[in-house]
Design a protein around this ligand. Structure first.
Ligand SMILES: [Fe+2]
Length: 226
């Protein structure tokens, strides 16, 4: 499992203090249990080849189980390692979903969202321009599927200004995690080409207004994700 390469570490990373909520082990509304993966045979020209694949719904079940004891830096990193592993599985991210994001105006597509908010998205980050500094109102785990990403993590200081805490480059299979607000402020940009990433959130962030910050002044505006 490739770990993210930290380029700049200006201060200690944010701690887990104040983290309170977890994710229920079983999504009762969905009626899903925590019983492992879905498997299927994938004919690929070798009659006796049996390739194990992991489905998005199977990943969500496993992630829910891993987070049921509480959301912390440790449990999010465990989910990140799992996301890195499954992202390499053929078919986990469908080619049509990758193609739909290439060159599209939209910057994300929802792969699965559960009634309690646990949501997996596929997101695209342009190499042409860094995203605004923003938050999501939720913890998150982002894992690169294709391309490379420069991830910057920010802190909102008491005086209302932003401070860059660290910056790292993510490549395929490597991931970054962030905790619940106010520890979820970041910006991202593809390096050389668009970066495609799987991002798991504790809430359906597509329906939650987020803050977009001016990185110089710290001034924030609130809007739904674009
Ligand atoms: Fe984000």
């Amino acid at each position: 499992m490739a770990e993210p390469r930290r380029l700049v570490d200006l201060d200690d990373p944010p701690g887990a203090s104040g983290l309170k909520h977890g994710v229920s082990a079983v999504d009762k509304d969905c009626g899903r249990g925590v019983s492992g993966w879905s498997h299927q045979l994938k004919p690929d020209g070798y009659a006796d080849a049996v390739r194990e694949t992991v489905s998005v719904s199977g990943f969500m079940v496993q992630a829910r189980s891993m987070l049921s004891g509480g959301v912390s830096e440790d449990t999010l990193r465990a989910v990140g390692r799992l996301l890195g592993d499954v992202s390499r599985e053929t078919g986990f991210v469908q080619e049509r979903e990758m193609r739909a994001l290439h060159g599209a105006d939209s910057s994300f597509t929802v792969l699965q969202t559960d009634p309690d908010g646990l949501t997996l998205m596929l997101a695209r980050f342009s190499p042409d321009e860094e995203t605004p500094v923003h938050d999501h109102g939720s913890w998150g785990v982002a894992c690169v599927v294709k391309g490379r990403d420069r991830y910057r993590h920010w802190e909102l200081r008491e005086d209302g200004r932003l401070r860059l805490l660290y910056e790292m480059e993510l490549e395929a299979g490597s991931f970054v995690t962030w905790l619940d607000p106010p520890l979820d402020i970041h910006s991202q940009q593809g390096i050389g080409e668009a970066a495609l990433e799987l991002v798991l959130f504790g809430k359906n962030v597509t329906t939650i207004p987020r803050h977009y910050y001016d990185s110089t002044t710290g001034e924030a505006r609130t809007a739904l994700p674009r």
